[in-house]
Write a protein that binds this ligand. Sequence first.
Ligand code: IPM
Ligand code: MG
Length: 371
Amino acid sequence: MYRVAAIGGDGIGPEIINEGRKVIDTAAEKFGFDIDWVELSIGADRYLGTGELLTADDLATLSECRAIYFGAIGDERVQPGILEKGILLALRFHFDQYVNLRPIRLLPGVPTPLAGKGPEDIDFVVVRENTEDFYVGIGSRFMKHEKKTLDVVRELYEVKFSLDVETDAEELAYQIGVITREGSRRVIEYAFSIAEQRRKKVTSVDKANVLSDVYGLWRDVFRGVAETHPGVSNEYTFVDAITMWFVKNPEWFDVVVTPNMFGDIITDLGAMIQGGLGLAPGGNINPSGVSMFEPIHGSAPKYKGQNVANPLATIWAGSLLLDTLGEHEASEAVIGAIGRAITSGKVTRDMGGDLSTSAVGDAVAGLLKQS
Ligand code: IPM
Ligand code: MG
């Protein structure tokens, strides 16, 4: 019996999470375990009603769960950034989910925009650092007449920045990226440990030629960790170059490890080459804590409540969740069922089919039961 939290969130979130739960429950029945779902109504509606983003109660409830299944966050009635930072990023940071795991795998029967490439060419994993870099939230914005001292303490890092800013510019903004040796080491170690189970190659992403402090440290740590894994080959690329190689030679990659911000950008590109955002899952993982699984697409508010959204990315995220619970066979069986739903055309409109969200969930659950 596993206790798992479900947060539908905003827009299409609740609909796709329903389908994901349907498939996970089917897997549980088939493989002989139970899920005790704990539903939380976190998101725009509650925020607009009560002003609450994440409460102490939410965090206490979530910390009692083995994992979190997360739909999507984002609503037109709320200024961009509030829900994203106050809920999604806050959860990633609170539970120290330092690995953002994003498989880039083209399933058979799914069209890719890359000419001449097939499922045998597109099968790698991006390991995105998930708690540092430009996501730490240190920054400010002000006008010429405001004399400001940047004086920010981030207890998380026990670092104090104090800097007098004087400028003739009319308006100024800055944002600081923070990389720590420990923070990069743990995620790079994780990448190598996955590579040991795969094709034994890790590619590091950085921009050490320009942002040489933060990514210079990242690269040093990468080198150090690579030395302790002689059986795994390694290479570095600059982030601009890797976008080119994702398109030109995706077959080169096995495990790609990247700082947070670059990881955000290149995984949207990865999603496109694996068939679109409708098929791209992600896991926010703390290997010894509470992990959270979500589709990497957003809340698509214009499709809310219409039963047309593609639930496959969420169902796939459910497979990652099962894997983290240790239910490896169930996890693989779910991917298999997703694959059979696709090859038999049981998909939503965005993938060329005509099924509704719930009909796709039913189809995957049915195929899983038969397998
Ligand atoms: C993602 C998203 C988030 C991110 C946003 C919604 C905060 O783009 O999960 O990739 O930037 O990490
Ligand atoms: Mg993103």
